[in-house]
Design a protein around this ligand. Sequence first.
Ligand SMILES: [Ca+2]
Length: 108
Amino acid sequence: MVFADLKEADITAALAACSADGSFEYKGFFAKCGLAGKSSDDIKKAFAVIDQDNSGFIEEDELKLFLQNFSAGARALTDAETKAFLNAGDSDGDGKIGVDEFAALVKA
Ligand SMILES: [Ca+2]
């Protein structure tokens, strides 16, 4: 498990709640998996894992596979879910999510 401080049961519950295509909702997910209650350092560590190419940003393709950082067998987000997630986080409109934008999403 990449997010060592999160509880396996919480991750399982968070993933189960969004297992159907179109049911992903980031606020509920971050609350259920426990990340919303973590420190800024832990959220930065999570960001570094999701930013798979270490570009310093979470791009759309990384966002699409977001759930697979929590469990390798999790589904990809649909295009609509990916766009909605990106739009919610991308406050400066550069088409990707930086670490501060990610932290704001997690704590939303
Ligand atoms: Ca990236």
